[in-house]
Design a protein around this ligand. Structure first.
Ligand code: ADP
Ligand code: ADP
Length: 224
């Protein structure tokens, strides 16, 4: 069954009196458990599409369904709830909070779950820091970690909430080739072991090869 369905989506950004068309008539079904890459040159619309699926922005026309539900009818509170419970985000700039340790960064989104007990929360944080191989770095702040380690904190943080879908915008862009490959292998292992759906953008051909399916964008359109 489709976990994400995109129906005839267009996205236009207003820039003063001008406008930029970022996505043109995109339709796409993404199945539960897929490990899918969005490829295409810079400016082709990859981030825009990830932001729309992530409910960070809304389409100009068309609709997006997440787990069968059209998100256009939802209130801001309902969208925030959906983001918290269903979606995990990994960005190329890691987006970690600099004053918090690795442990606290992973714990942060779990603290918004009012119904989660402290013990469960701590087990989750420990489990995901272990999975990404950072059990010895729990007290380190982002500036005390390497780029690859920071991205692993970001992945642990994205997965700790048990999202059905992880959206990763160029997760390897700021990493050297070998580290990037390690991050992708880790994402793939989590996809296979936990069944989490991954949608990630990349312009690295070797990263694309690890995907189950590659959707190529150019000029806001799916070309392949
Ligand atoms: P990619 O992620 O493939 O590099 P983007 O989705 O970032 O592509 O951008 C697609 C197009 O939309 C580009 O022409 C870009 O300049 C434009 N764009 C992206 N974000 C904005 C924005 N916030 N305001 C105006 N134009 C934007
Ligand atoms: P050790 O230093 O003993 O190898 P850790 O530092 O990984 O082990 O964590 C010890 C315990 O402290 C963990 O079980 C966890 O509950 C807690 N913990 C670790 N880091 C933090 C933190 N920054 N804030 C709150 N609790 C933490």
């Amino acid at each position: 069954a489709a976990i994400v369905e995109i129906r005839a989506v267009n996205k236009e950004y207003a820039l003063g009196k001008q406008s930029v068309i970022a996505l043109r008539n995109i339709s796409l079904m993404i199945d539960k458990g897929e490990f899918m890459a969005l490829a295409g040159p810079s400016g082709s619309g990859k981030s825009t599409l990830l932001n729309l699926i992530g409910c960070i922005d809304t389409p100009t026309s068309g609709s997006i369904l997440i787990q069968g539900q059209d998100i256009s009818g939802k209130t801001a509170d309902e969208l925030a709830d959906l983001r918290l419970k269903t979606l995990g985000f990994v960005f190329q700039t890691f987006n970690l909070l600099p004053v918090l340790s690795a442990w606290e960064n992973v714990e942060y989104p779990l603290l918004q779950r009012r119904d989660m007990e402290k013990k469960t929360r701590q087990e989750r944080v420990r489990h995901y820091l272990n999975i990404v191989g950072l059990e010895r770095y729990t007290h380190h702040r982002p500036n005390e970690l390497s780029g690859g380690q920071r991205q692993r904190v970001a992945i642990a943080r994205a997965l700790a909430t048990h999202p059905g879908i992880v959206l990763a915008d160029e997760p390897t862009a700021n990493l050297d080739h070998k580290t990037g490959e390690g991050i992708l292998k880790l994402m793939k292992a989590l996809n296979q072991e936990e069944g989490t759906t991954f949608i990630f953008s990349t312009h690295d051909a070797q990263v694309m090869e690890m995907a189950d399916r590659v959707i190529k964008l150019a000029d806001g359109q799916i070309i392949e």
